[in-house]
Design a protein around this ligand. Structure first.
Ligand code: 13P
Length: 248
């Protein structure tokens, strides 16, 4: 049984005071639910969020991590540092990191391997851009991203992976993939995982959809059989909207 998992990706939004306000509002709204939830925040606020959410089921995630253990890597943050803070999840390979910060399938693969050696669960992002979709290359693109990211990853590790399908053309645009388009690709991803690791692993892997998920469209997306969750950008910045999505 896959447990639904809805995570917020705050990207580069909010400062300390706004985070405290959000946490107060969100904890007041948050009720016992069968849905797992996490907020993925900028590094500098991960410790603050861990404190604010301590004693609740609300988990905390990072948006990136570097694969080296330690060393002269100015500006980078290691997985060990995330573990030290008790961070639960880490987004890897978000399209914005691929697009603006030169993230490649190779670096993503190294980051996944490092994360799997520790206690932080990776959320691997894949997804095609508009040009690729228009040329009907989306399956090829996503398959290549998966193969590159998962190269040399064991079935045991893969089983605990979270994969987020985020079509770039639907991110921050208000243009959501239709539930059918999202389901279609999430099914494709599950089949690709099955081809690599077998049915038992494919059955366990949690697959999220991300791209303009809002309270108004969350339930039809979440009702799709291969979609187990959502990675929510803009709508996770508002406590009520994020809670409404969790309550889909
Ligand atoms: P939006 O929900 O703002 O479209 O962002 C999606 C996303 O990139 C989550 O990682």
């Amino acid at each position: 049984m896959r447990i639904p998992f809805i995570a917020g990706n705050w990207k580069m939004f909010k400062t300390g005071r706004e985070i405290v306000t959000f946490a107060e509002e969100f904890k007041a709204l948050y009720q016992d639910t069968d849905v797992k939830t996490a907020i993925c925040a900028p590094y500098v606020y991960l410790g603050l969020l861990k404190n604010l959410f301590s004693g609740t089921d609300i988990k905390v995630g990072a948006q990136n991590a570097f694969y080296e253990e330690e060393g002269a890597f100015t500006g980078e943050v290691s997985v060990k540092m995330l573990e030290d803070l008790g961070v639960d999840y880490c987004i890897i390979g978000h399209s914005e990191r691929r697009q603006y910060f030169g993230e490649t399938d190779e670096s993503i693969n190294k980051k996944l391997k490092r994360l799997f050696r520790g206690t932080v669960t990776p959320i691997l992002c894949v997804g095609e851009n508009l040009r690729q979709r228009e040329k009907e290359e989306q399956y090829l693109v996503v398959r290549d991203q998966l193969m590159g990211a998962l190269s040399g990853i064991s079935p045991e590790d893969a089983a605990s992976l979270i994969i987020a399908y985020e079509p770039v053309w639907a991110i921050g645009t208000g243009k959501t993939a239709t539930p059918e388009q999202a389901e279609d690709m999430c099914e494709f991803i599950r089949n690709a995982v099955e081809a690599l690791y077998g049915e038992a692993v494919a059955d366990q892997v949690v697959i999220q959809y991300g791209g303009s998920v809002k309270p108004a469209n969350a339930s039809e997306i979440m009702n799709m059989s291969n979609i187990d969750g959502a990675l929510v950008g803009g709508a996770s910045l508002n406590a009520k909207d994020f809670m409404d999505i969790i309550d889909f």
